[in-house]
Ligand binder design. Structure first.
Ligand SMILES: Cc1cn([C@@H]2O[C@H](COP(=O)(O)OP(=O)(O)OP(=O)(O)O)[C@@H](O)[C@H]2O)c(=O)[nH]c1=O
Length: 620
């Protein structure tokens, strides 16, 4: 969610952060800004003595960093961004400017200089607005700085060296990181904490407000100090009406002021007009329209995958739309539009030479890449998309929609729907394999499972999780238990390797057949497919198979965990449309587990929307 409305102004812009600093990236993305990262190659070697102030030096360095990136991006394939942000953080003490230490001795010199004293941290920021006319790059720079004062405690030699040996000082101005171990050195801070970390977010937002929402005439008559970042309804309407979009308004050229230039007599009318427009027009519903377009973007992505566009563009020189079109038997005009949308979504690079894959496309969308989600995309295109076209019925009826898509009754979710033909089964398995590979390592690492020597992954499909468990725990034997048809195909997904000897497949139906015996049972994204009745049935089977002390590892999306709320709620809707089950909250899982004799629940949040839970079987 975008908390600061002015950040939302940049959502449609191509914003580039010209910085390799992970802290800056984190601060800005936490603020809801969408941007690309292109680290600057500008060498921080300006002559410090030629600047009257330390912040003058920081601002100039920030500007040069941003300009270097703007001109490199413009030259390289004419990819002109709309905005490039550069920043430079320095520490000053006793008239000296400290940057990043070059080695441990240098870090020692810096930190001992700061010990027991107050120093200033300046971050200079440059916002470079770019445009391209007649192939020439035009830039407009606005810059500012922020100062924060920090006081260090007296640091003992021992502490100093211990800190230096931690490695933390090396990539940080002044040789410390206030946000991590370096926080222990700090007695007090005056000013913006994030400014010390590397980016003065608050001042940046205020600067954007100034750029995008110039003061109204009455504000100029009665100057108001903006101590806070103005709320959306104060300003949002202004710029969209005045500026005709989200271009930053120039104070001297804003449209209201242009009218005012017509003369004193015209001024009153012009102002009145401006105010009337402001009063009557609601904010432009940008976000709403973006949401509306969401399904078109998804379909463009899925169609490009279906046509294997990203396979044709993998590891190849850039290609023209017409070339790709002829390879996949498509029209050149249609393909060009599709590829342009893919480029706008950041999946392709578009240059004068043609289109090529971005890193994301190579990694996840090409069908033969290690972590390919191509199968998952096809599953979404061919199956889930159709189910979602019946969302209204799903909501009204409170049930999945396979019967409507297939035109017949579906009694068994898997046999009658997902596995109704070898082709649909293979596609489902490819989809699950891609998703499982993405998360399997995190699941395997979520808890210390070294006390178990055998595990059974119930409904373990292709064995992607089994493989990671085996890799992480070399003495663990893992049985993947799944339907006979699945087991038959699963072997094709198992690469050879040292883990192969630890993994076994067993065929059966987990609702009907006995489960293989194991010390640890794993149910990864299984329970959410099923109604409460079936969940009880399955959990009681698992519980019966367990000895006291056995473990149960559940992986699901927990509702109400106050993170990734949108992702988990969409997932919950997805379950309604596709399955007999639902996502559940931590409390619900805890109750279910306790009811079946599993206690000591531990929960670990994983990347994305998944959560891992581990519980132990108590003596019955
Ligand atoms: C005082 C302090 C600094 N930093 C980091 O120090 C680097 C400054 O160097 P820079 O030259 O401004 O930036 P860079 O890291 O070289 O990146 P770039 O923008 O590419 O020049 C930035 O990373 C900051 O976060 C912290 O992480 N914590 C702190 O408490």
């Amino acid at each position: 969610m975008v908390l600061c409305p002015v950040i939302g102004k940049l959502l449609h812009k191509r914003v580039v952060l010209a910085s390799a600093s992970p802290r800056r990236q984190e601060i800005l993305s936490n603020a809801g800004l969408r941007f690309e990262v292109v680290p600057s190659k500008f060498k921080e070697k300006l002559d410090k003595a030629s600047f009257a102030t330390p912040y003058g030096y920081a601002m100039e360095t920030a500007k040069q960093k941003a300009l270097e990136v703007a001109s490199r991006m413009h030259q390289k394939d004419l990819r002109t961004p709309d905005m490039v942000i550069g920043a430079d953080t320095i520490v000053t003490v006793g008239g000296l400017i400290l940057e990043k230490p070059v080695d441990k001795q240098d870090a020692y010199r810096m930190l001992s200089r700061l010990s027991g004293k107050e120093h200033s941290v300046f971050t200079g920021v440059a916002i470079v607005h770019c445009s391209s006319k007649d192939r020439q790059l035009h830039t407009r720079v606005s810059e500012f700085y922020e100062e924060t004062t920090v006081k260090f405690s007296e640091l003992s030699e021992e502490l100093l060296w211990e800190y230096i040996h931690s490695g933390e000082p090396m990539d940080k101005a002044g040789g410390y990181g206030i946000q991590a171990l370096g926080g222990m050195l700090v007695e007090s801070v005056h000013g913006d904490f994030l400014n010390v970390v590397g980016f003065p977010l608050n001042h940046f937002c205020k600067q954007l407000v100034e750029l995008y929402y110039p003061p109204r005439p009455e504000d100029l008559r009665q100057p108001v100090q903006h101590d806070s970042i103005p709320a959306v309804d104060t300003f949002e309407d202004l710029s969209d009406v005045d500026g005709g979009g989200s271009e930053p308004a120039q104070r001297e050229t804003g449209s209201c002021d242009e009218k005012a230039e017509a003369g004193a007599a015209g001024q009153a009318t012009a102002e009145a007009e401006c105010h009337r427009t402001r009063a009557t027009l609601p904010p432009f519903p940008t976000r709403l329209l973006e949401l509306l377009d969401g399904f078109k973007l998804s379909k463009a992505l899925l169609t490009a995958c279906k046509l294997k566009v990203f396979d044709w563009l993998k590891d190849e020189a850039p290609q023209k739309a017409a070339d790709i079109a002829s390879k996949v038997d498509a029209s050149a005009c249609g393909m060009e539009r599709l590829l342009d949308v893919c480029a706008a979504m950041g999946l392709l690079e578009k240059t004068e030479q043609g289109y090529s894959n971005t890193e994301t496309a190579n990694l996840y969308l090409a069908s033969d890449s290690e972590y390919s989600l191509h199968g998952f995309m096809l599953q979404n295109n061919d199956i889930i998309w159709n189910l979602f076209t019946h969302l209204e019925f799903a909501i009204r009826e409170g049930r999945n929609q396979h019967h409507r898509v297939l035109g017949k009754k579906v009694d068994d979710l898997f046999q009658d729907a997902y596995y109704r033909s070898p082709e649909t089964q293979l596609r489902f398995m490819q989809a699950m394999h891609g998703v499982a590979k993405l998360t399997a390592r995190q699941v395997a690492n979520a808890f210390d499972l070294s006390r178990f020597s055998s595990a059974c992954d119930v409904g373990g499909c292709t064995g992607a999780l089994a493989r990671e468990l085996a890799r992480e725990y070399p003495r663990l034997q893992v049985t993947v238990f799944d339907l006979p048809d699945v087991v038959e195909l699963a072997v094709h997904f198992q690469p050879a390797g040292p883990q192969a000897a630890q993994i076994h497949f067993a065929a059966g139906d987990f609702f009907r057949d006995p489960l293989p015996s194991a010390e640890l049972y794993v149910l990864c994204r299984i329970l959410h497919d099923w109604s409460d009745d079936k969940v009880h049935k399955l959990l009681s089977k698992v519980a019966e198979s367990c000895k006291p002390g056995a473990g149960l590892l559940l992986v699901e999306t927990l509702l109400d965990e106050k993170r990734e709320a949108q992702g988990s709620l969409i997932q919950s809707l997805n379950m309604l449309v596709q399955t007999e089950g639902r996502e559940r909250s931590r409390g619900e899982y805890q109750c279910l587990l306790e009811l079946h004799g599993f206690h000591q629940l531990q929960v670990v949040h994983l990347d994305g929307v998944l959560d891992a839970m581990l519980a132990t079987r108590a003596a019955p």
